[in-house]
Design a protein around this ligand. Structure first.
Ligand code: DGT
Ligand code: CA
Ligand code: ZN
Length: 577
């Protein structure tokens, strides 16, 4: 049982305690405990062994006993009892957007609702209308939540799957009978959400490799297995498929199972027009297999430049590969620094110097700090006196070290009327201002578009944060005319954020080509609240590549002195406005 498993059980206990109406302190202790264990930089099992667990701040005596038992026995009675008290369907109801533990408890106890299906039915029968604490509006909201849940069910966040997929790939690659192996499918194309995990490998001993794959410790259930394909269900509920092919077949199989289907449709038509046949078994001229060592060979025979997996979406890539106008895609190593970091001043955990250290380790040369602004009371938005304190601390840190330059910024709420938080004079002190919508999502498209464009027109605005406000698999974008937003941003030289948090990945890659054509700069911002948020930058780079971006399109590929000059020039022009 590793830290993640322990954290997961603790947070489930917290949730179930809330369902059973336990006292808030107890609930918080487990929730806190989960976060602490998750953030530990050593195995919790070691702390249990050395007896040092209870000395960790935030881990009380009870919690430490529970964790010890978890590590030793693999489970604790409290967890088992809570799970028994609430059927799985009731726990699943917590996944409906807008339904918290309190409401679920009421629905379960007062109406006897035990699953999402029953809840949907109860809404249709208007049984929530007269239930104390609910009403017609909340019933409507719950129905919408169920719709959302159904729509998104069965897909997973890229960021939730990729680390595990890389680990499994590494295992397969290490196996002595593997010649080559790769991720395939939507994961390899870096889609923001994926249905399953596709893997393709090359081996002359498929049975051995399949046996190895289906007996990985992370495998929960074998759905099917054979010499060419095995499907398993992982502990996380995700399905993983491994295909094994012989040495001559690998490039074609990899290409086929990478997709997308849409890309293939166009490519196959092209192959046909050139007198070839392309399928998962090969590229053929008549009956004869055209030998290809890699995917680039396949494209070469079809008279095309190599098309990177991220671009294979039938989004104009085949035409561009034919005309030699494919972009040179941005890479992780091009990233010089990043913006949108929260600190303990608002709702982040790290201190400024912790950020500096982490950024240095990650090889970044600069960071843009941007905590929440004063209106964002829910997120500990900064009052003017805290601003002054933060400004001074940043200045001091910049004086004391020159490994990582800190830019001082703010994530200012875009207020409902489109104005920004703080006065213009206060805003002018920052190196940069990220303007973001965090409230009042329920406007009409016309109102929201006007609101955002007004913020873009504000001379103090440097970047537009998470432009559509979506939360992947949980919340749709607010209604907004993104074409007009992009045009306004281009006109006022406002940088668009590509929020790299794997729940957002917003700006959507489908809008990025247009942004690029308008000459907009995109900043790949992790919107990090914890040190490990730095890892999200890689997800942002994947999406930027999917959006056809080159190094020149990405603002944080600029060197630190170029960014300084950019901000200085911006100040001079906005003063003159
Ligand atoms: P996903 O799993 O929904 O996130 O997206 P994909 O693209 O990974 O789709 P998946 O797992 O169903 O199939 C993997 C690849 O296999 C897909 O991208 C292309 C290829 N493929 C699957 N089914 C078909 C098909 O019916 N026709 C063609 N041409 N290719 C297919
Ligand atoms: Ca797939
Ligand atoms: Zn934000």
């Amino acid at each position: 049982m590793d830290n993640k498993d322990v954290a997961q059980i603790l947070s489930e206990i917290a949730l179930l305690l809330e369902l059973s109406g336990e006292n808030p302190f107890k609930i918080r202790a487990y929730g806190e405990g989960a976060r602490i264990i998750e953030a530990l930089d050593m195995p919790v099992a070691e702390l249990v062994r050395s007896g040092a667990l209870s000395q960790i701040k935030g881990i009380g005596k009870t919690l430490s006993l529970q964790i010890t038992q978890l590590i030793q026995d693999g489970s604790v009675p409290l967890h088992q009892e809570l799970r028994a008290a609430f059927p799985e369907g009731v726990r699943e109801m917590l996944r409906v957007p807008g339904l918290g533990p309190k409401k679920v408890k009421d629905l379960f106890e007062k109406l006897g609702i035990k699953s999402i299906g029953e809840l949907e039915y109860a809404c249709h029968e208007n049984r929530l209308i007269t239930l104390p604490g609910f009403g017609p509006k909340s019933q409507e909201k719950i129905l919408q939540g169920i719709e959302q849940f159904k729509k998104f069910q069965g897909r997973h966040l890229f960021g939730g799957v990729y680390p595990l997929a890389s680990e499994i790939l590494e295992q397969i690659n290490k196996h002595p009978k593997t010649l080559r192996a790769s991720l395939a499918g939507s994961l390899r194309r870096r889609m923001e959400t994926v249905k399953d995990m596709d893997l393709v490998s090359e081996s002359e001993h498929p049975e051995e490799l399949m046996r190895f794959f289906t007996s990985l410790p992370i495998v929960d259930q074998i759905l099917s297995t054979g010499p060419t394909k095995s499907s398993v269900l992982l502990d996380t509920g995700l399905q993983a498929d491994l295909r094994v092919v012989g040495p001559k077949q690998f490039p074609y199989a990899l290409h086929h199972f990478t997709g997308s289907k849409e890309h293939h449709t166009v490519l196959r038509a092209r192959a046909k027009a050139l007198g070839f046949k392309l399928n998962e078994y090969g590229l053929f001229k008549g009956e004869e297999l055209i030998p290809c060592n890699n995917e680039a060979d396949i494209y070469r025979f079809l008279v095309l430049l190599y098309i990177p997996p991220e671009l294979r979406e039938d989004w104009g890539e085949i035409e561009a590969a034919e005309n030699h106008t494919l972009p040179v895609l941005v890479e992780e190593k091009d990233i010089q620094g990043a913006f949108h970091f929260h600190t303990h001043f608002s709702d982040g955990t790290p201190t400024l110097s912790q950020w500096v250290q982490a950024a240095d380790q990650a090889g970044l040369k600069y960071l843009g700090i941007s905590d929440h602004s004063q209106s964002a009371a829910y997120a500990g938005g900064l009052k003017p006196d805290q601003l002054e304190k933060q400004r001074a601390e940043i200045a001091l840190l910049n004086q004391k070290q020159n490994r990582v330059h800190l830019f001082w910024g703010i994530e200012s709420d875009i207020l409902p009327d489109g104005s920004l938080d703080y006065s213009d004079k206060e805003l002018a002190q920052f190196d940069f201002v990220i303007a973001s919508v965090h409230s009042r999502f329920n406007m009409t498209e016309a109102e929201m578009t006007a609101r955002i464009i007004r913020a873009i027109e504000n001379p103090c605005t440097t970047m537009l944060g998470h432009p559509t406000g979506r939360l992947l698999l949980a919340r749709d974008p607010y209604p907004v005319d993104m074409n007009r937003v992009l045009e306004a941003a281009a006109h006022h030289s406002v940088i668009l954020e590509l929020n790299a948090n794997s729940h957002r990945l917003d700006l959507d890659w489908r809008l990025m080509k247009k942004a690029k054509e308008l000459g907009l700069k995109i900043a790949i911002n992790p919107d990090a609240h914890h040190l490990d948020g730095l890892e999200d930058i890689a997800y942002g780079v994947g999406i930027a590549r999917k959006g056809w971006l080159s190094r020149e399109d990405v603002f944080n590929c600029l060197y630190v002195d170029q960014v300084q000059t950019y901000f200085r020039n911006l100040k001079n022009t906005s003063v003159g406005k």
